[in-house]
Design a protein around this ligand. Structure first.
Ligand SMILES: NC(=O)C1=CN([C@@H]2O[C@H](COP(=O)(O)OP(=O)(O)OC[C@H]3O[C@@H](n4cnc5c(N)ncnc54)[C@H](O)[C@@H]3O)[C@@H](O)[C@H]2O)C=CC1
Ligand SMILES: O=C(O)/C=C/C=C(\O)C(=O)O
Length: 486
């Protein structure tokens, strides 16, 4: 990073504020730098700039020009790939190889994908014969909403931010982005790339700060914001929805999950063990798609738990740039306290701790970091709080099951409904039961394999609406129908 003071980006300029807060490394607890905190006036200025951009040069861009701009932004991220990796790793403590292969690579891909999609996006066309014999035709045109507020979380900072910024700009909106207070760095770099790529002033704005009574709430309550897209905790989604109700603004929410993995006795055993290790422990369990409930068909239950335990104990926890490291820290000490609270609760609720359950000791500065051990529980009842609430850490509970109907019922017995992963060689069964899960996404013999054109989102507490492919174009557009009676 070029500076240790991270600033806002408003109306095409980097600006600071008097109030700042510390950006703290979750690897060793040291301060990485200071971040400006936007007050009400600065958030209002960002929204005003975004609104003004709609009637300036940005408002005149054609879809093809916007697509070209998105390609230039993707080129800009690629040119500064190593800076983005360093920013993401410093803020999150994740392994460097993950930031390279997932976070930053996907940031680039989001811009290229939505550039391609908006170039192809057509409207709809219908013909209808009326009672008097005339042929009426109707067609649709896509227009931007205007100003879109983007509130993003800390778990996959650049990936989730670009997943929203790219289609919002592709559709011609102006955006005001509020990244998580825990991960301000890659968003600031993205503002630098926007500046270098020649994004017209006001089309992309960035404000730093917190949620309640800070930049997040100021932004979502601003009446000139036309639509809000948010990824984060379900409770925060409810607060934002209350703010959006004023003025009946459009919302798109990707919220939490208490996802299940279902392992049938006929699965490819080694692939299923490797898959569940990934789905439970990737990014230290801090992906909304992670599996915290694992159901294993009884004939292979004991063998599966033993193999999963061996796999979890073989995961290497350490510095982000260490060779062979699989797991980094959690995002923050605050989040570690939350995860450790669930470790304690599991103990009180009668769990058997198969492995983990504590904090690794390194004997160096990482003991000031926010690490926890990968943890596996068995023996909890389906109504235990640890089975119903999202922990968002490297932990799963493994339970046996005996029939398809039973496992579908238990998987669906959740307030959440984001994703399920199935492991079986019987594709007939996979097709049959996939549709029975009350979730937005089902993976069969894989996990977190994403075609960016497919709908992404969840049911019930897991979200509202779908993004991805044309679903993103629909959310980020206002569609007008024109009916012509020739
Ligand atoms: N994708 C997911 O499912 C995620 C789930 N979480 C869960 O949420 C818990 C809390 O983590 P947080 O970072 O505090 O998540 P959060 O949902 O509170 O924060 C996400 C974003 O929303 C903003 N925000 C918070 N309250 C707001 C409000 N009232 N109005 C507008 N913006 C607001 C935050 O500043 C941040 O940018 C975690 O322990 C984890 O369990 C966190 C991040 C992502
Ligand atoms: O878009 C993806 O591929 C990943 C999405 C993950 C989340 O939404 C999350 O962890 O919050």
């Amino acid at each position: 990073m070029s500076s240790t003071l991270l600033r806002h980006y408003i109306a095409g300029e980097f600006v600071s504020s008097e109030r700042t807060f510390a950006n703290v490394s979750p690897v060793d607890g040291r301060e990485l730098g200071q971040v400006c905190e936007a007050g009400q006036a600065q958030v209002n200025a960002a929204v005003e700039a975004a609104k003004a951009a709609q009637s300036g040069p940005w408002g005149g861009f054609s879809a093809a020009q916007r697509a070209d701009l998105l390609e230039r932004i993707a080129d800009g991220i690629e040119r500064r790939f190593d800076d983005f990796v360093a920013a993401e790793v410093a803020d999150t403590g994740r392994p460097v190889h993950q930031a390279r292969s997932l976070d930053v690579a996907r940031g680039v891909q989001n811009f290229r994908t939505f550039a391609g999609l908006v170039r192809q996006a057509g409207g709809e066309f219908f013909e209808m014969r009326t009672g008097d014999g005339s042929d009426v035709f109707s067609y649709t045109v896509r227009k931007p909403h205007g100003v879109v507020a983007i509130i993003s979380p800390w778990n996959l900072p650049l990936l989730l931010l670009t997943w929203k910024v790219a289609p919002a700009l592709a559709c011609g909106n102006s955006v005001v982005v509020k990244p998580s207070e825990d991960t301000p760095s890659s968003a600031t770099l993205l503002a630098e790339v926007m500046h270098e790529a020649g994004v017209p002033a006001g089309a992309f704005n960035l404000v730093h700060g917190f949620g309640p009574d800070s930049a997040g709430e100021f932004l979502t309550r601003n009446a000139d914001v036309d639509a809000i897209t948010f990824t984060g905790e379900s409770r925060t989604g409810s607060s934002i929805m209350r703010a959006a109700a004023e003025g009946v603004r459009d919302v798109s929410f990707e919220l939490g999950g208490k996802n299940a993995a279902v392992v049938f006795a006929d699965c490819d055993f080694d692939a299923a063990v490797a898959g569940v290790l990934r789905s439970s422990f990737t990014n230290s369990g801090q992906v909304c798609l992670c599996s915290e409930r694992v159901y294993v068909e009884r004939p292979i239950f004991e063998r599966f738990v033993a193999a999963l335990k061996a796999g979890a104990e073989a995961l290497k926890i350490g510095y982000p740039d260490e060779d062979g490291v699989n797991m980094g820290s959690l995002i923050s000490h605050k989040h570690r306290d939350k995860v450790l609270g669930y470790f304690e609760l599991a103990h009180q609720e009668g769990a058997t701790v198969v492995t983990g359950g504590g904090v690794p000791r390194f004997g160096d500065e990482r003991d000031n970091g926010a690490y926890v051990q990968p943890t596996i529980w068995t023996g909890l009842s389906d109504d235990a709080r640890c089975m119903r609430e999202e922990v968002f850490g490297p932990v799963c509970h493994v339970a046996p099951f005996d029939s398809d109907d039973e496992v579908v019922r238990r998987v669906n017995d959740s307030a959440y409904g984001l994703a399920t992963a199935l492991w079986t060689r019987n594709l007939g069964r996979a097709h049959r039961i996939s549709r029975q899960f009350r979730v937005g996404m089902v993976w069969v013999n894989t996990w977190f394999l994403r075609d960016l054109r497919t709908p992404f989102g969840g049911a019930r507490l897991s979200g509202l609406g779908r993004e991805g492919g044309r679903h993103s174009l629909d959310f980020y557009s206002e569609i007008t129908t024109v009916c012509v009676n020739p």
